[in-house]
Design a protein around this ligand. Structure first.
Ligand code: HEM
Length: 174
């Protein structure tokens, strides 16, 4: 008999994964590389408005994906074992879930504060009367350092999520 609870959990898990991973790729492959082509005012707005909002959205989607994954894992290993992965697939799911969880926590600790700091540094410079043109034609040490940190964390997230996705699909189908 069809298990609708399993299907609903899988839908929420995979749906959130698709939005999360897709947004991470879009932000790091399109938005990030294009930012240097924006006007200084555009770059300031990006750092003040878009980056903090995008960071919050990505964290939220990641949280939903992992939470639904954890509930799904509990459901198929404890409640309806008919949908449990095979004994050779289970370690792949466990390993990829552990990597995803650790990556998510490291991401929260690195990306969250960096995006908040970027917003604060641009805001402070604005209050002091520094124009966006001055700020972004020659980014200060702090801004350049934060931009680099966001870039490296973003690329690391793509590599990690690609591996987790691969392992998760292998684990579910072995
Ligand atoms: C705490 C983290 C996670 C847990 C506990 C978890 C758990 C699970 C479980 C139990 C399944 C069902 C396996 C089955 O049907 O036998 C599943 C499926 C899946 N997961 Fe995850 N997951 C996590 C994170 C992720 C992440 C980060 C991604 C993507 C980057 C991902 C992608 C997928 C995909 C695509 C499937 C469907 C695989 C298929 O049916 O072929 N999961 N996950």
């Amino acid at each position: 008999m069809t298990d609708y609870v399993f299907l609903a959990l899988l839908f929420v898990h995979v749906g959130a994964v698709v939005v999360w991973f897709g947004s991470v790729v879009f932000v790091n492959m399109v938005l990030g590389p294009m930012s240097s082509r924006l006007s200084p005012q555009g770059q300031a707005d990006l750092g003040m408005i878009v980056v903090p909002r995008a960071t919050r959205f990505l964290m939220m989607m990641g949280g939903v994906a992992l939470l639904a994954g954890a509930i799904l894992y509990g459901y198929i290993t404890e409640v309806n074992k008919a949908y449990a992965p095979s004994s050779s697939g289970l370690p792949w799911i466990q390993a990829s879930a552990a990597v995803a969880l650790i990556g998510f926590i490291v991401g929260i600790l690195m990306i969250g504060p960096a995006s908040r700091k970027l917003k604060a540094v641009i805001g402070e410079a604005k209050e002091k009367g520094t124009s966006p043109a001055e700020l972004f034609s020659k980014p200060t040490g702090e801004i350049a350092r934060l931009q680099r940190r966001l870039l490296i964390s973003g690329l690391a997230s793509i590599v990690l999520l690609t591996l987790v996705l691969l392992f998760m699909i292998v684990g579910a189908n072995l």
